[in-house]
Design a protein around this ligand. Sequence first.
Ligand code: MG
Length: 250
Amino acid sequence: MIVLKTNKELILMREAGKIAARALELAGKAVEPGVTTQEINNIVHKFIISQGAAPSFLNYNGFPASCCISLNNEVIHGIPSSNRKVRSGDIVSIDVGAYINGFHGDNAWTFPCGDILPEYSSLLNATRDSLFEAIKIAKPGNRIGDIGNTVEGYIKSRGYSVVRDFVGHGVGTQLHEEPSVPNFGREGHGARLSLGMTIAIEPMVNLGTGDVKVLEDNWTTVTADGKFSAHFEHTVAITPEGAVILTDPK
Ligand code: MG
């Protein structure tokens, strides 16, 4: 069942989204050569707690950290570790959720560390731009399939692949709610976008094929071909004016 939120609930969700966005912003600023992914995780954790919120991901289905940090060929769900140093040339995907007022906010961004190869910059730009293209068309009356179709069309035309095994989702009192929001789809198909719907749109885009596999830790998801991958995500609300980004740090 898709749970629609009242305007009052959207105001509460906006607060969760803002905290998640600010935590992500801080995490991005911490990305520099030599920092460990555990150190970035600690910054995220401390900030979220300092706001009176809780990290949505900590202990979610047993996930052992307050954010996911996935480097290079890792697509999503990387587990922060004090043994993992970020190096210049890496791309660093950080996924952060915050829970407050009974609601979650969920967002992700891929940050470059130092100077990265032009082909990786292009991948990051295309993935980010595909997210904003999807947000533009996420208006009442359009459908979930239009979002996926927009992301996939944008990405395919640039020679990249979308990941199909993992998808975006509804967000609310639960971190993952209905509907699923795939990064592929058919125009005019799927659930209709309605007022008060709150969804996480999150393109996961691979430089090579879209195939992925999950490592032995049962979390870290990597590209099957070892090529790099990017991930950008916002939680948005469907309003009469179109999609409003709830995970805006401002
Ligand atoms: Mg998400």
